[in-house]
Write a new protein. Structure first.
Length: 477
């Protein structure tokens, strides 16, 4: 079989305009129509067509470059610059504009709120397209590495030693500068540069010590990141929070926090999700990581359906309660007491200051010591102790809600719906770590990634590129 060889000298008829660089059903056209449909003013982009002075790149085109690039895992500003010179879809999207990597990076850094608004406007658009209901919302969290190394995380003692060392070095350099002869110009310049470097370092360390406050450690590269344990070990990271609608699995809201655990996050995440969908949701579902009775109480009291199992319920095969587990003790709300399986009464004993638990014991602990089941029920010298949460009624309500068949069906869908976006972001888009630093930057970047996930879903849900463009035109027509 003969080989076919390319010929770079062959004369071809190139497209006579950039518009013909991509096909009519190329996905890049959907991204272009999507950003146009959101509207520059609603996103917070400052458009000044009559602006005087040096020309700047069209901010709408810059936003399109970022979103399209992120959607295919091209997050580096240098890679985006390369694509604008060599990739036909990027050349088409930008209309031939070729901003350099610094311009792209600065646009991303200076328009964090705009990037956050993209997701919010996307959600409102999906509601108009009947793709988001907002009745059942799923919540989840995942650790994503920060743009900072573990070696830069130091405690206060280490920072104070570094501060002392740099201070001594600065003093030494100042003395040497005064002693350097005018003829030794090169030595003077070299020491002057080192002095400026040490002074900057001294100022940075002083600022880090002030920022520490009650923290035990702080990262010098990204002070707002925290050491978090994940599947790949412990790293400087952020805790990404996400809420997803049940209907088609579209992302409703995202947030990034530097709390290591999810336990106290659900209330604020629900609030942000409801702000984006502009209405209260009916059902809230999350995994056992969010199981905190005190944190969930406001949601339960708001008469929403809260489906969050406790750690015991979340086990694949929950163990049946033992003969003398707390579940076997009957609570009497009228007398605020418990009755043990043998008919003995445990009365309210105490509650430590600041504790959310109430202690119950027998009035005469000898009754417990003389019980036939002493040693099986308890071996404590002062008899059996029962602890009841201050919000025990809320806990019981959460347990009963989760045990309903309808709740378990909803909880089964949770994993399929809410964990898919994190999988797409981490695996398909290759997000092993964030590029920006600080909570504001990280939030903007995660909102951008969430918008990219929704865009990929929209193309599929609306039947392809052309139908999607038509739909966007209809709702904005």
């Amino acid at each position: 079989m003969a080989y076919e060889y390319g010929n770079r000298e062959q004369i071809t008829f190139s497209p006579d305009s950039i518009e013909k660089y991509v096909l009519e059903d190329d996905p890049v056209r959907a991204y272009d129509a999507f950003i146009d449909a959101l509207g520059a003013n609603s996103l917070g982009l400052s458009i000044e067509p009559d602006k005087t002075g040096n020309s700047t790149y069209d901010p709408v085109s810059m936003l399109k470059i970022l979103i399209y690039g992120y959607s295919y895992g091209w997050r580096s500003s240098r890679k985006l610059e390369h694509a604008l010179h060599h990739n036909l879809s990027f050349i088409w999207l930008s209309g031939g504009l070729k901003p350099d990597y610094k311009t792209i990076a600065n646009f991303r850094k200076n328009n964090k709120q705009v990037l956050k608004n993209v997701l919010k406007r996307c959600v409102r658009m999906c509601i108009r397209l009947d793709l988001i209901e907002g009745n059942v919302l799923f919540f989840d969290g995942s650790k994503i590495r920060a743009n900072a190394g573990n070696s830069q995380t130091k405690n206060k003692e280490t920072l104070e030693k570094l501060l002392k060392h740099t201070g001594q070095r600065i003093d030494h350099l100042l003395e040497n500068c005064q002693q350097v002869d005018d003829q030794e110009q090169d030595s003077f310049i070299k020491m002057n540069k080192e002095l400026q470097s040490k002074e900057r370092l001294h100022k940075k360390i002083s600022g880090l010590i002030e920022e520490m406050k009650e923290e035990t450690t702080i990262n010098g590269t990204d002070p707002e990141s925290k050491i978090m344990k994940g599947r790949q070990g412990s790293h400087s990271s952020y805790n990404g929070q996400i809420s997803v609608d049940d209907l088609h699995g579209l992302i409703v809201s995202v947030d990034t926090v530097n709390d290591v655990i999810d336990k106290n996050q659900l209330d604020s995440q629900v609030e942000q999700a409801e702000e984006n969908i502009d209405k209260p949701c009916q059902t809230i579902c999350a995994d056992a990581g969010y199981s905190s009775v005190d944190a969930l109480k406001p949601l339960v009291d708001s008469e929403r359906t809260v489906i969050v199992p406790n750690n015991k319920q979340a086990q694949k095969e929950p163990e049946a309660p033992g003969l003398f587990d707390k579940e076997k003790f009957k609570y009497d709300p009228h007398n605020d007491s418990y009755t043990c399986p043998e008919g003995k009464t445990l009365y309210r004993s105490s509650q430590a200051k600041g504790s959310n638990k109430i202690t119950y014991r027998m009035t005469n602990y000898r009754d417990c010591l003389s019980c036939a089941y002493y040693g099986k029920c308890t071996s404590a010298k002062k008899g059996r102790t029962i602890y009841r949460l201050v919000n025990e009624a809320t806990q019981q309500q959460l347990v009963e809600t989760y045990e309903k068949d309808t709740s378990k069906q909803i909880y089964k869908r949770r994993k399929m719906k809410v964990e898919l976006p994190f999988g797409h972001i981490k695996r398909n888009l290759g997000v092993g770590s964030f590029l920006l630093r600080g909570l504001a930057g990280i939030n903007a970047e995660l909102n951008l990634l969430a918008s990219c996930f929704n865009m990929a879903r929209l193309i599929s849900l609306l039947g392809g590129v052309k139908p999607m463009i038509q739909k966007l035109g209809q709702i904005n027509g």
